[in-house]
Design a binder for this molecule. Structure first.
Ligand code: DAH
Length: 349
């Protein structure tokens, strides 16, 4: 049988429960019963004054009281904490119906996009993409390309010299051919393309820029002929301008190729009828190319009796202007965001 004391404590517990209204009063309730000097704690310490046979039931009764208080406390605490959390979530909710501020987005430079497209096509044919320095030595830019000092063909590339006659801003990406072969040390095959910046002392206008980009290609292997070159150029041209585009070679002259050709493509705009883009000829010139000159192979350590190769050089701006119908090459290097906006047109393509 429970002692009167226990019963009265149980009663006050029940009464106190009713008065609890928040986490603070709940904590006070807990301290009142279970704190260091709490009612239940004190009851517990009375156990030593109790007769031996009553110790057990008394102890059990005190434990029950403790359980009532603890269970109630835990339960209520969880409820209050949930309420607080819900209240906070309600207050901190983000109103997603509010219109957002528009952040202006950039888009890739269309020239870069074109170069990447060309790279992908060549990579799929087993080519490596390589790089070379823009500040170049005369040796690589000219001499080892079969253009010795004083050769009149050098004049065509109005070159920026930096230090005397030896260091210059490369006027073409062709020196990368030489660097690649020297590095290759006779290894076969060589299959590289090199997109990169080039420089010439040109006055800037809609179709000229003192700095422009070329995409150079070089393949060296056994028995390479003009038809290999034509087949390869055909692939990239069709990819860029459409399946029905034809390629033709016209004889030309470059010191580092023999024979040399100009690469024309059939006009994608008028399909040969004649228009402004093709200057009413039905054909558009897009690259210089040819079979690598034996002297160039020899100077770079490849025996021309054993190996042969082809090389080509596209003007990157020219390709991009044709493909994206741009009539002024200065736009590629413009930093005025209002002008650069025109690139957004092709963003989704
Ligand atoms: N480097 C030449 C130029 O700038 C273009 C060129 C022609 C590159 C023939 C080649 C080539 O690789 O074989 O005009």
């Amino acid at each position: 049988m429970k002692s009167d004391k226990i019963e009265s404590v149980q009663e006050t517990i029940e009464q106190d429960k009713e008065k609890i209204k928040d986490i603070r009063t709940l904590d006070e309730f807990k301290v009142k019963y279970l704190g260091k000097k709490g009612i239940i704690t004190e009851l517990n310490s009375e156990i030593k004054n109790i007769k031996a046979e009553d110790k057990k039931p008394f102890g059990q009764a005190v434990n029950e009281l403790r359980k009532i208080v603890t269970d109630f406390y835990e339960d209520k605490k969880k409820k209050y904490e949930n309420e607080i959390l819900n209240e906070r979530l309600k207050n901190e909710a983000i109103d997603i119906s509010l219109p957002a501020t528009r952040i202006p987005m950039g888009s890739p430079n269309i020239l870069e996009k074109l170069i990447e497209e060309v790279e992908e096509v060549f990579i799929s044919m087993g080519y490596d993409v390589v790089d070379g320095p823009e500040v170049e030595e005369d040796k690589y830019n000219f001499e080892m390309l079969n253009l010795p000092k004083g050769h009149p063909a050098r004049d065509a590339q109005d070159t920026f010299y930096i230090e005397g006659e030896e260091v210059l801003l490369r006027s073409q990406t062709s020196p990368v051919q030489v660097r690649t072969m020297l590095k290759g040390q006779g290894e076969i095959p060589i299959r590289v393309i090199c997109p990169g910046k080039t420089y010439r002392r040109d006055d800037d206008d809609a179709t000229h820029s003192h700095q422009f980009m070329q995409i150079e290609g070089l393949l060296v292997d056994k028995n390479i002929s003009l038809s290999d070159l034509k087949g390869t150029i055909d692939v990239i041209v069709k990819k860029l301008f459409g399946k029905d585009i034809e390629t033709r070679f016209r004889p030309s002259y470059y010191q580092f190729t023999e024979p040399s050709v100009e690469v024309d493509i059939s006009c994608f705009n008028c399909k040969g009828d004649g228009c402004n883009i093709c200057k009413h000829t039905g054909w558009i010139t897009v690259a210089g190319a040819g079979i690598v000159h034996p002297n160039v192979l020899k100077m770079s350590g490849y025996d021309p009796k054993k190996w042969s190769g082809f090389a080509f050089g596209f003007g990157a701006e020219r390709l991009a202007m044709l493909k994206y119908d741009i009539d002024d090459c200065r736009v590629f290097y413009n930093t005025d965001l209002r002008e650069v906006k025109i690139f957004d047109r092709w963003e989704s393509e």
